[in-house]
Design a protein around this ligand. Structure first.
Ligand code: ZN
Ligand code: ZN
Length: 175
């Protein structure tokens, strides 16, 4: 079971900065990540629950970016209690037998369990310092650092080059 793709879902959720304004926006996000069946089933109630979840996941990334590992773990443990896993073995669409984390539940529960388990797996497998917030102001997007030397500081190439330009200008001003 590849939990990294679930952790990526958490990142995508956090980075919908202006929240998920409509059910359409939620459906787009789910479709984009290949969750078409969930996209078709999502309701208003799912949207409300996922917006709340988004706030909580943002808190996890903020704590990680501040280097507060104990708080990251506390927040994730709280989320794990509230979003229990209901695993089932599944083998649809010609795929080999694999685990599903939540079968048949509400879309919001599946999204919550997936993103929380994904982040928990990154934190335990790689370390809490692998969750970060982009350091190119005013961006503050979340990212996962899966680099071998833990060198990531920006959410994207675009933010990295923007930060480089800003640092260059600052050096020139000071020279
Ligand atoms: Zn499956
Ligand atoms: Zn950024």
């Amino acid at each position: 079971m590849d939990l990294t793709s679930y952790a990526e879902l958490a990142v995508l959720l956090v980075n919908r900065k202006h929240g998920l304004r409509s059910l359409e926006a939620l459906r787009d996000l789910l479709s984009e990540t290949g969750r078409t069946e969930a996209a078709a089933r999502a309701t208003r109630r799912d949207l409300d629950a996922i917006c709340e979840l988004r706030e909580e996941l943002t808190g996890v990334f903020e704590s990680a970016a501040q280097g507060d590992a104990a708080d990251v773990v506390e927040r994730l443990n709280g989320l794990l209690v509230r979003h229990p896993v209901h695993p089932q073995i599944s083998g649809h669409d010609g795929q080999s037998w694999h685990m599903h984390l939540t079968e048949g539940g509400r879309v919001a529960d599946a999204v919550a369990v997936g993103s929380v388990m994904g982040l928990a797996s990154v934190v335990t497998g790689l370390g809490p310092d692998r969750l970060g917030i982009c350091q190119a102001p005013p961006c503050r997007n979340a990212y996962l650092d899966t680099s071998s030397n833990k060198s990531r500081r920006y959410c994207s190439e675009r933010c990295a080059s923007r930060a480089n330009v800003a640092a260059y200008r600052a050096r020139k001003r000071n020279a």
